[in-house]
Design a protein around this ligand. Structure first.
Ligand SMILES: Cc1cc2nc3c(=O)[nH]c(=O)nc-3n(C[C@H](O)[C@H](O)[C@H](O)COP(=O)(O)OP(=O)(O)OC[C@H]3O[C@@H](n4cnc5c(N)ncnc54)[C@H](O)[C@@H]3O)c2cc1C
Length: 400
């Protein structure tokens, strides 16, 4: 093994790439591996810009990868945090039906929770759920006691420590610019020179589709970036929300609807919405990339998605530009909230895969090509599920 050759190379220093590299190295002490991250630090994109919720697994279709890997992953994430002394809090959450018309969808979540093996759920009427969240309004709620909060960037850093301890090398500031497969080996061009590896693992998040194509993997899906913008609750109004309050989500979308989330580091975030982003890693409303925009607009799947969901899209855009509209959505859950109780906060961009027929890929998706595995759809709850996803990746790689 020379310094520039390893058994595997992971592209992407987010929580999924790091969890997978950690797993592959811990599995076999003789195995060597690289992680390449183009940014100056790890967890720079989705992993460092999310809601920080350890999801329990009630939203996902029974039998799906999201369901099984989230339920297993959540338990393992909690155990990992405990073991490593990473600050987390299993504070529980409420999912609240704000009117009678949302009750069937709320009950569907209860059914899914049971089918997926999410423990401890209770149906509560308004009197009972106000004991948990005194300012919350609605007709009925599900209390999910096992949901928690954590800083996933901190978890990712702990994974990185394990990688280094197990002999792996992490290169930051190191964008993989070109990929070539030659004589059973990958040749990766980076600003730090050429590296070689037997197996390639693409965990490039918002760029995973482009990386897959660059590695010669035929895939018809495209990552469409959806920005999620947050507001922050002012500290002097923190009594409005004790922990986590969620609406009943629109079942046609993989997004959960704007909600209230207590952060492990303090404070309460309100959001995120889900607006189409014109730049894959663009965090402000003005972020624009000609290449990303042309790619989105030139993709038939985008137009088919837009034709199906334009009404929701317009609503989300409106909520992005109008604070009053954002506040109205939040007031359905907490009517005492006033516009000046919140101020603009951070934003994240979700890597959501869309198929050529315009459908949003619901489940986690992996694709194999010669000597490579590509993680092509790993949006929420992939941070929660990362330890279980890593096992799945290791199984896929070892089977090939
Ligand atoms: C707004 C928002 C809220 C969310 N809330 C939650 C939540 O509460 N709970 C939960 O479980 N999940 C949540 N998620 C989802 C979660 O954040 C993601 O599923 C998870 O972080 C995905 O990790 P990743 O490693 O696949 O991607 P990323 O963290 O995006 O990492 C991919 C990395 O690849 C790097 N990269 C790309 N191309 C190259 C290249 N050519 N060379 C080198 N490096 C490259 C990027 O710089 C990036 O660091 C949320 C996501 C968003 C956006």
């Amino acid at each position: 093994v020379t310094a520039k050759r390893a058994d595997f190379a992971v592209i992407g220093g987010g929580i999924v790439g790091l969890a997978a590299a950690r797993r592959l190295l811990q599995d076999s002490p003789r195995r060597s591996g690289f992680v390449f991250e183009k940014e100056p630090s790890l967890a720079f994109h989705q992993t460092g810009r999310n809601s920080g919720v350890i999801h329990s697994g009630l939203y996902y279709a029974p039998g799906s990868k999201k369901a099984t890997l989230c339920v297993e992953g959540a338990q393992r994430m909690i155990a990992f945090c405990r073991e490593r002394g990473i600050d987390h809090d299993i504070c529980g959450k409420l999912v609240v039906a704000t009117n009678e018309s949302e009750l069937p969808a709320l009950m569907e979540l209860a059914r899914r929770a049971q089918a997926n093996g999410v423990p401890g759920l209770r149906e509560l009427d308004a009197l009972a759920f106000r004991q948990i969240e005194p300012h919350c309004a609605g007709v009925k709620a599900l209390h999910v006691p096992g949901t928690g909060i954590v800083d996933f960037a901190g978890v990712a850093r702990a994974f990185a420590e394990d990688i280094t301890v197990n002999g792996g090398t992490i290169h930051t500031h190191c964008m993989v610019q070109h990929l070539q497969r030659k004589q059973n080996e990958w040749i990766l061009q980076t600003p730090q020179g050429e590296f070689r590896a037997g197996t390639l693992l693409n965990c490039g998040g918002l760029f995973s589709d482009r990386l897959a194509r660059a590695a010669g993997a035929p895939t018809a899906l495209k990552i469409v970036p959806f920005r999620g913008e947050y507001y922050e609750l002012k500290p002097e109004r923190s009594e409005l929300v004790r922990n986590l309050i969620y609406p009943v989500p629109d079942a046609r979308f993989p997004f959960l609807g704007v909600h209230f989330t207590r952060r492990i580091g303090g404070g309460v975030e309100c959001g995120p919405n889900a607006v189409l982003a014109w730049k894959r890693e663009g965090y402000s409303r003005l972020s624009f990339s000609p290449r990303d925009s042309v790619e989105t607009l030139g993709f038939g799947g985008f137009w088919r998605m837009a034709a199906k969901h334009w009404k929701t899209g317009v609503g989300e855009m409106h909520r992005s530009f109008s604070k009053a509209a954002f506040v109205r959505a939040l007031q359905k859950l907490v009517p005492d909230l006033r516009a000046d109780d919140i101020h603009p906060g951070s934003a994240g961009v979700r890597a959501q895969a869309v198929l050529a027929d315009g459908s949003l890929v619901n489940d986690f998706q992996f694709a194999r090509s010669e000597g490579a595995l590509h993680v092509l759809n790993a949006p929420s709850p992939a941070a929660t599920a990362s330890l279980a996803i890593a096992d799945e990746i290791a199984r896929e790689i070892l089977a090939s």
